[in-house]
Ligand binder design. Structure first.
Ligand code: MN
Length: 255
């Protein structure tokens, strides 16, 4: 088929679809119409309900190159503007027109075992990355609060002990996932989740439950451009850009 013939065929196909659309609409209008409502207008207040707001990609609180040389600008830009954006778009698409449209991320996480995989994966992806960006800072030398430091000492011996155990969780996660520090009823706990799962999900109660104070993305997309297969170097770099003040705030105000 040459180009002209193809265009002609495509044109008649489109015209056919349009005609079909018109005939379906005409039929629907006829079926809806009655003497009291001849225009077939909606008679309930359904159309006055506010539409749930779709989720949005949050702006980064710093420039893409602000975390150099530890986290490089290109990785940050692709990670935020492509990967995170895709989770947001796919989450909105998965929720559109379902009874769960309009629920908060936390509400979705709490019932994730009952939801489709697309909501679990993309809802987790949106929550995890939104938290992750806020945990990073270009400001060097932030420190944990006295009470968080005391909790770290109680659970892991000291800060070095914590970093060692956290790195072990990050390194031993096979494939893609996250390492977490959580606040639980029994003090602080380190754990890891697969894929975009997180400690707020009802599926994670036994493995990695609690309130997430900090999380580290160990998907290859978060480090491969700069560190290639050296995940350990990326974990070490993370300590240089982690905002301990934010982690402390989460510890003080967490549930
Ligand atoms: Mn990621």
């Amino acid at each position: 088929m040459n180009r002209r013939k193809w265009l002609k065929a495509a044109g008649s196909y489109t015209a056919g679809l349009m005609a079909l659309g018109f005939s379906i609409r005409s039929f629907a209008q006829t079926a809806d119409s009655d003497s009291a409502n001849p225009m077939g207008l909606a008679t309930s207040s359904e159309h006055l309900k506010p539409k749930p707001m779709p989720f949005e990609l949050p702006a980064l609180p710093y420039a893409y190159n602000a975390l150099e040389p530890h986290f490089d600008a290109m990785t940050m830009e692709i990670h935020h503007s492509k990967h995170h954006a895709a989770y947001v778009n796919n989450l909105n698409a998965a929720l559109l027109g379902t009874p769960n449209e309009g629920k908060s991320l936390e509400e979705l996480m709490a019932i994730v075992s009952t939801l489709p995989a697309a909501v679990r994966n993309n809802g987790g992806g949106h929550f995890n990355h939104s938290l992750f960006w806020t945990l990073l800072t270009p400001q060097a030398g932030t420190k944990p609060s006295a009470s968080l430091e005391a909790a770290i000492t109680e659970a892991f011996g000291n800060m070095d002990g914590f970093k060692e155990q956290f790195a072990k969780a990050a390194m031993s996660r096979f494939g893609s996932g996250w390492a977490w520090l959580c606040r639980t009823e029994n003090g602080l706990k380190i754990c890891s989740t697969a894929n975009q799962d997180n400690p707020l999900m009802d599926t994670e109660k036994a493995n990695c439950g609690g309130y997430p104070l900090l999380g580290l993305d160990v998907w290859e997309h978060s480090y491969y451009l700069k560190y290639q297969n050296r995940r350990a170097d990326y974990v070490t770099a993370f300590w240089n850009v982690l905002n301990w003040e934010l982690v402390s705030d989460r510890y003080e105000s967490g549930q």
